[in-house]
Design a protein around this ligand. Structure first.
Ligand SMILES: *Cc1c(COP(=O)(O)O)cnc(C)c1O
Length: 441
């Protein structure tokens, strides 16, 4: 049979040529359909005003590490204690990423394996809690995160969670209410940090609350880790038992998660929480890219970036505030600006659609006391990490703030829905974006 005779001679020239083509063809040749989508995404990014808070722009070096030969290597376990052979170089890579993490944040120990921020949290929960144990975390509507015990997430089904909020009138965390609630609920773990709380956390107060009830304190600094790395915000590692973060938001590295801690007695449990607790083999190419990003954040120039992010976020908040767009807490200490559209006809969903038509990408977000559903919302969330990376300064942020105000409240207090008016802003926004460098296409 023809097919059998082909299979019986795998070493003939045809087979080798096929292998060579498989290993060497570029994407454009191998898969034009995906290549075209990649090219279109590049154009979208290069010409847009990117204000999605969880996004940033990684360096060419990070992209190269992501696409490196480490993509092909499987390991399990931790450096020096693996289940697969050929891991010597992978061990050095992962150890390097750990050392850089510890140096950057002054931590005693790090685990760089979590595939994402959610999995970092899942691993910590798995490591330190038993099913049914109590967790006190920030309400999703107040800026918390799904992975902090939301009923829609596995964490909310396995553990008994209660949530604390922010003051509905002004959006600030109420630490006294949190202390009272902790006293009544007696959680084993308190989680702080969220995805839309724009203010710096009062870390000593959080520590005191945790100690007063004998709870462990987990700070999830996903959104503001870059500002901690740059020395702009106080370091949660000095106050919390465990700190988790994503590496790709303000920290400006590869996509993934990171766990930091200082008490060695937690080490065995936390590592086991990641593997075999919630993950199998780590993504070594992503660990390589994380190491590169961490190296970049250790360079002195990163402090200037972090400080520019905070200044730009404040400029955006101030501009919106001056134009009477309500900003939650009246400002920000982080890369985030949260807009409160409660009591207005315009929903967060409709507002983010209008802004997208004007060339500005952001996301709808719940706000404290939000009467609308998570699909509609009464809030909008902006983050300035990506535009700051591309070179936006305070003047550019001010211009962007005015465009946002033009769309949300227009000249007469009504949103701009007119195609022509939105297209005019889009043209200006695209021109601004194209003034900044982007990767060579
Ligand atoms: C973004 C974020 C995460 C989750 O990160 P993923 O990588 O999307 O899983 C976790 N916690 C907080 C506070 C976040 O903002």
């Amino acid at each position: 049979m023809k097919s059998t005779s082909r299979a019986a001679k795998p070493r003939d020239l045809g087979w080798a040529a096929e292998a060579e083509a498989y290993l060497t063809r570029h994407l454009a040749e191998a898969d034009p359909e995906v290549a075209e989508l990649v090219a279109r995404e590049y154009a979208r990014q290069a010409g847009g005003i990117e204000l999605i808070a969880s996004e940033n722009v990684v360096s060419r070096a990070v992209l190269e590490a992501q696409g490196s030969w480490f993509s092909n290597k499987t390991v399990e376990g931790v450096p020096g204690d693996r289940y697969h052979g050929g891991a010597e170089i992978a061990d050095r890579l992962e150890a390097l990423a750990e050392v850089r993490s510890c140096r950057l944040f002054g931590a005693g120990f790090a685990n760089v394996q979590p595939h994402s921020g959610s999995q970092a949290n899942q691993a910590v929960f798995k490591a330190l809690l038993k099913p049914g144990d109590r967790v006190l975390a920030m309400d999703l509507r107040a800026g918390g995160h799904l992975s902090h015990g939301s009923s829609a997430n596995l964490s909310g089904q396995v553990y008994e969670t209660q949530f604390y909020g922010v003051r509905e009138t002004n959006g600030w965390l109420d630490y006294d209410a949190l202390a009272d609630q902790a006293g009544r609920f007696r959680p084993k773990l308190i989680v702080a940090g969220g995805s839309s709380y724009p203010r710096a956390l009062d870390l000593p107060k959080l520590r005191a609350v945790a100690e007063s009830v004998g709870a462990l304190l987990l700070v999830d600094m996903a959104h503001f880790a870059g500002l901690v790395a740059g020395g702009v915000l106080e370091n949660p590692v000095d106050h919390a038992d465990i700190v988790t973060t994503t590496t790709y938001k303000s920290l400006r590295g590869a996509r993934g998660g990171l766990i930091l801690w200082t008490d060695e007695t937690l080490s065995r449990k936390l590592r086991a929480g990641v593997f075999p607790g919630v993950q199998g083999s780590p993504l070594l190419n992503m660990i390589a890219a994380k190491a590169v990003g961490l190296g970049e954040a250790l360079a002195p120039s990163f402090a200037a970036y972090a400080s520019a992010v905070q200044q730009n976020a404040r400029m955006l908040a101030e501009t919106l505030d001056r134009r009477s767009v309500p900003v939650v807490t009246g400002g920000t200490d982080t890369p985030l600006v949260l807009v409160d559209l409660r009591g207005r006809e315009l929903t967060g969903a409709a507002a983010s659609d209008l802004l997208a038509r004007a060339g500005i990408t952001c996301n709808k977000n719940l706000v404290a006391g939000d009467p609308r559903s998570p699909r509609e919302t009464s809030g909008l969330r902006f983050g300035v990490s990506a535009m700051t990376t591309r070179g936006a300064d305070a003047e550019a942020m001010e211009a962007i703030g005015h465009w946002i105000a033009d769309v949300l409240i227009g000249r007469d207090g009504r949103p701009t829905e007119d195609d022509l008016a939105l297209e005019r802003i889009r043209t200006e926004a695209r021109a601004l974006a194209h003034r900044y460098p982007y990767y060579p296409a």
